[in-house]
Ligand binder design. Sequence first.
Ligand code: GDP
Ligand code: MG
Length: 448
Amino acid sequence: MAETGPPVLDEEPIQKSGLEKVEEGSPKAPVEIKLSSEAPPKKQRRAKLKAKDSSDKAATQLLTESQITALENAFKAGDVEDRGVVDAGQVQFIVQQVLGDVLTVSEVRTLVQKGEAVGAATGVINLQEFKDLLIDLLHTTTTRWGALQTSLDGYVGFDTVLEQQRKKFLKKGFEFNLMVVGESGLGKSTLVNTLFKSKVSRTSCTNEPPQKIPKTVEINTVTHVIEEKNVRLRLSITDTPGFGDQVNNENCWLPIYDQINKQFDKYLTEERSVVRRKQIPDSRIHCCLYFIAPTGHGLKALDISCMKKLHDVVNIIPVIAKADTMTIEERDAFKDRIREDIAEAEIKVYPSSLLPEDEDVLQANAPIRKHLPLAVVGSDRALTINNKSILGRQTKWGFVEVENPNHCEFSFLRDMLLRTHMQDLKDTTHEEHYENYRRQKLSEEGNP
Ligand code: GDP
Ligand code: MG
């Protein structure tokens, strides 16, 4: 992914020279040295002065006056009792006032840690410490400058960066890795083929005799390159045949969990290698469709234990398989029951409600949250009705149109996966799941 560094705002040489003048006469530095009873050796003293100089310089050079005013105002708003300080624990909320509610979980975590470190001795933070903290945050931790916007006097033209990025992305192509998990015969392969309107799954449903069930859970990945209007997508589908088919299914989540982590590890190794590729091939699983059998009886113990093992490493979207086998009333009751089970077992499903979301994202995610788990029907056979080719299933009683929202929620799932949330699934994988893996792995190795 193309990461853009923090924007360079207002390069004003005047400000720079003005600052140097102020510093020459700064009364603070000598006082600090006098206070210490044992004067540090000359070399150390100089180093200390130098360090202070550079941090002060950073403070004023890198932010414009209006940005500093915004920080000061937010600080004052947080300092309700006008004490000149705020509680260290409060910093996170003041920062969100300035930047908007857009920091990621890991950014907030870093901020809280830094805030606690600064206020470690006294439990409070003064204005200068707050400014330093924020400047540090803006330049090292986050790229979300939110409300600290500098207004322009005329058109500059950097809005074309979107077009530049589009071209670059088009050239690179996109990668999306989907995994399907669920007992065999639930229609996983059929659904994936329906999603991409092609036989992308290795085993497609035909009238072939059922395959021999593997003795353990297997992990099969097939990769395709598909293209639509010049957009190339490298699509990988990971199937997990054998899941839930054994007499004892206690550990059948393990090979899946290992596979997901193996991909994280591959990415991390590549990321850390001295000579690394410009674009690291991304084989991390971006989304796991978890198929629930249409039993009408809620989640099975196997479903609960497996989803609970996987929810920290992958985005899980639960779906009710073969929804055409239930009546509308049965389906709605079943959905309610599953939702209760998911809440009770504290299973995290995508989109996670733990992350801060702004208004747009909240709006985009609300219907998904309302509909989950999605009741789907798969078919890779098109029938021609009134000269129109329609994907569906012919039953003795009628025709189930897979893409008709009145019949099932397949189109909802497809839109979410391919049209509205593909990038977010990838981002969440990178920013949350991979980041967790990375943090854990590096700290295990003894890195700070
Ligand atoms: P997998 O083992 O989970 O990959 O399942 P398959 O996709 O191979 O499908 C198993 C059987 O279920 C096939 O005979 C399919 O025709 C049938 N099937 C697949 N999807 C559906 C569905 O949505 N409804 C119904 N009634 N049958 C389905
Ligand atoms: Mg299959």
